[in-house]
Design a binder for this molecule. Structure first.
Ligand code: AHG
Ligand code: MN
Ligand code: MN
Length: 323
């Protein structure tokens, strides 16, 4: 089985990007180790503070953020970083050309119940002369990403990433501390009958989303003509991993619970990187109205409606929004 460094050398045309991905994995292996020790590592529970988005941080949100930050700050290729857990972007090395945006721990409400979580990352190239400390430097559409990926900390630790030439998956062999190639071309089946959505928000969705979900719940007798199965893990990273593995549709759509947060997920740390992976694997990613990766971001912590997965099913949902 091929090891990650050898694979990157062969398949990643940009040596800087390859080094950033390899470097990031140093922090992710550390996070994986701590997560798998669980309560024994003394890192469970709340950090008793909130992040800039008013969400309660877990100790592991803070630890993972610090580990990744430390790792990126030491890389000469990295001009700056932006994190879900940092109020503002952080400048790293003035000679670097790349920006790394990340969700250090996705699904962190699942940590204390020993359910899968993950780290999501997105890599952008900075405009010449741009500052790593300025939010404007990072406000590029998802279609500009040079790489994106996640590390899933489940029963095994999996890396899934793309540098724009398909999606590749690796599993961490903890005995040797190396990521080994599993599948160099991950593809999402075009059709599916498995959906993931937090149904408790139903009454807050747009009428178009309500209509689609009402129709799919009608099963074989309804207009969609098939019986669906539902999954909700409350870790986007685990849902997308399932979809990249066997197909499906993941939705965290617009809702009107809080007008200041139209959609829960963050465009730069969750929406864009996951959309790149889904698209590179042959699927689609939309807000319901527009392709997620076509959105011109206006703020670093901006939120977005996410509907992504098997191409035919996402097209069906987009059809409901259009009509
Ligand atoms: P994070 O832990 O980084 O804040 O992200 C959690 C996200 C996402 O992973 C998941 O799909 C969603 O929040 C779950 O939200 P609900 O608790 O509303 O179901
Ligand atoms: Mn998240
Ligand atoms: Mn998070």
């Amino acid at each position: 089985m091929q090891r990650l460094p050898a694979f990157l050398k062969e398949h990643c045309t940009d040596a800087d990007v390859a080094r950033i991905i390899e470097g990031l994995m140093v922090a992710c292996k550390d996070i994986s180790y701590r997560l798998h020790l669980g309560a024994l590592s003394g890192v469970m529970g709340s950090a008793e503070q909130e992040n800039v988005q008013g969400e309660c941080q877990k100790k592991l949100d803070v630890i993972s953020n610090d580990l990744i930050k430390e790792c990126l700050a030491a890389m000469p290729e990295v001009l700056g970083l932006a994190s879900e857990e940092e109020p503002d972007p952080v400048a790293c090395n003035a000679e670097g050309q790349y920006l790394v945006l990340f969700d250090p721990l996705d699904g962190s409400s699942n940590i204390d119940v020993n359910v899968t979580v993950g780290t999501i990352f997105s890599i952008l190239k900075a405009a010449p002369g741009a500052s790593g400390a300025t939010a404007a430097t990072y406000l590029q559409a998802g279609s500009e990403q040079v790489a994106a990926g996640y590390v899933l900390y489940g029963p095994s630790t999996t890396l899934m990433f793309s540098t724009g030439n398909g999606v590749h998956s690796f599993t961490l062999d903890p005995r040797i501390g190396e990521f080994l190639l599993l599948n160099d071309k991950v593809e999402i089946p075009e059709t599916t009958s498995e959906f993931a959505i937090n149904m408790s928000n139903q009454r807050f969705w747009l009428p178009q989303m309500q209509a689609y979900v009402a129709d799919l719940l009608k099963g074989e007798e309804g207009p969609l003509g098939k019986r669906y199965n539902m999954r909700w893990i409350a870790s986007m990273v685990a849902e997308i991993h399932r979809i990249l593995t066997r197909g499906g549709i993941f939705m965290y759509p617009y809702d009107n619970r809080d007008p200041s947060k139209p959609g829960k997920l963050r465009l730069m740390y969750e929406g864009n990187p996951m959309s790149m992976l889904v698209e590179q694997a042959g699927g689609k990613a939309s807000t319901g109205f527009d392709d997620i990766t076509a959105i011109q971001p206006e703020a670093i912590h901006q939120r977005v409606s996410c509907i992504m997965g098997s191409a035919a099913e996402v097209s069906t949902v987009v059809g409901y929004h259009r009509d």
